[in-house]
Design a protein around this ligand. Structure first.
Ligand SMILES: *Cc1c(COP(=O)(O)O)cnc(C)c1O
Length: 393
């Protein structure tokens, strides 16, 4: 059986045609497709504004900047994420801290967040921005977080890199009802792809303007934003220090084409996830808990191995899966345990015990649109062989 990766893009001939058409057109980078893609994503999610970026990391960086995160500010995120969720704040000179996760959803715990906020208020170390992450494609408890944001005066960037196509309390993730800005990633392993790509969604017009200004060098063409009278049709002004973080028309055309299929992508992912739930139900595993008001986009299918005393520890299971051609992965090494974070901020083992204990037992099984039931059966059979050891005595 050929290698089964943990995640994979789904590209069809419509996607290929869409990109080829752009290659034959007048515009390769910022042309009509960028704006069309942004409008399509905003419409799909029910948000007022969507600003595209070269990747989600760039979108996270600029979102922190747009919320005026700078030196001396404190930003909180979850340890159970890709480092990019935290790095965006560090690019702005901020200090990072973490909030431990809920043991069932693996998302930032609202209980821990509230307790940490109460202490931070006393110590005058409240965060300027909190970045919850919709792990595996399940929304965090955003209503509760928005209430805490009001009470403690911080802003929210919802890192929904895993979660486009999912919904929360009957609304699409990305509607940004409970977040100042929501971020999507279109990396090929994610739910839909543009190759590299990201998006920041917001209902705040001022923030949307800032996001698009900083995405392209801090240069404006809008006379209303300029300091001086225009000197002619060529005239632009750099009014802030921005970056070159643009998405291209080629990528946007792919995004428009992928977005049309997003709902069927999600249906397939949910189908396969439920099938895993059933087939793995008897094994000594802890499966992801999806709370009733959530529709999970299932970027990942995370499991925890519970049988400590069995001959196979997590590492062995991963190695044996790889030998069997199954590309299981581990999401995530807690961010605070990376050497850079330990050196820079003094984090150590034991600081965020729930994330650490989850990490010790976690692995992600392959889940993507093109995964066949036959491949899934093979993965399940392999897991049964590795950890479905009969309990003796
Ligand atoms: C993938 C991912 C990112 C980074 O996305 P890029 O588009 O690759 O920059 C950020 N946060 C999370 C949670 C991710 O999974």
């Amino acid at each position: 059986m050929p290698w089964i990766p943990y995640g994979r893009h789904a590209i069809d001939t419509d996607d290929i045609d869409a990109v080829v058409n752009v290659l034959k057109s007048e515009w390769l980078t910022t042309g009509p497709k960028v704006a069309e893609f942004e409008m399509a994503v905003a419409l799909y999610c029910g948000a007022k504004h969507a600003v595209s970026f070269a990747n989600a990391t760039a979108a996270l960086h600029i979102s922190c900047k747009a919320l005026d995160v700078g030196t001396g500010d404190v930003v909180w995120t979850t340890p159970n994420t890709f480092v990019a969720s935290a790095n965006g704040a560090l690019y702005c000179g901020a200090t990072i801290d973490f909030v431990d996760i809920d043991p069932d959803t693996y998302n930032m715990s609202v209980v821990v967040l509230e307790e940490k906020l109460r202490k931070a208020r006393q110590n005058k170390t409240l965060p300027k921005v909190v970045i919850p992450v919709d792990f595996a494609g399940q929304s965090c408890d955003m209503k509760a977080m928005a209430q805490l944001a009001d009470e403690y005066g911080f802003k929210i960037i919802e890192d929904a890199s895993h979660a486009i196509g999912g919904s929360y309390c009957g609304q699409k993730i990305g509607c940004s009802k409970y977040a100042d800005i929501t971020i999507f990633s279109f990396h090929p392993v994610k739910v839909m792809t543009t190759g590299e790509g990201g998006m920041a969604l917001t209902n705040n017009q001022h923030l949307a303007k800032k996001l698009s200004l900083l995405r392209t060098h801090g240069i404006t063409r809008d006379p209303a934003e300029m300091c001086y009278e225009t000197e002619g049709p060529w005239y632009v002004e750099q009014i802030d220090l921005g970056f070159n973080y643009r998405l291209t028309d080629m990528q946007s055309a792919l995004g428009i084409s992928q977005l049309k299929k997003l709902d069927t992508f999600i249906e397939k992912r949910q189908y396969l996830a439920q099938r895993y739930d059933q087939l793995l139900g008897e094994l000594p595993l802890k499966l992801l808990t999806v709370s009733p008001h959530n529709e999970c986009a299932y970027h990942l299918y995370p499991i925890q191995i519970l049988n400590d005393n069995m001959p196979f520890a997590r590492r062995k299971v991963v190695e044996q899966c790889h030998s069997a051609g199954i590309g299981v992965q581990v999401h995530y090494i807690p961010v605070h345990l990376h050497p850079y974070y330990q050196k820079q901020f003094g984090f150590k083992r034991g600081d965020f015990p729930v994330s650490e204990s989850y990490y010790q037992r976690a692995l992600s099984l392959p889940l993507y649109v093109g995964l066949t039931e036959q491949q899934q059966n093979y993965i399940v059979q392999t897991m049964i062989k590795l950890i479905g050891v009969p309990v003796y005595g």
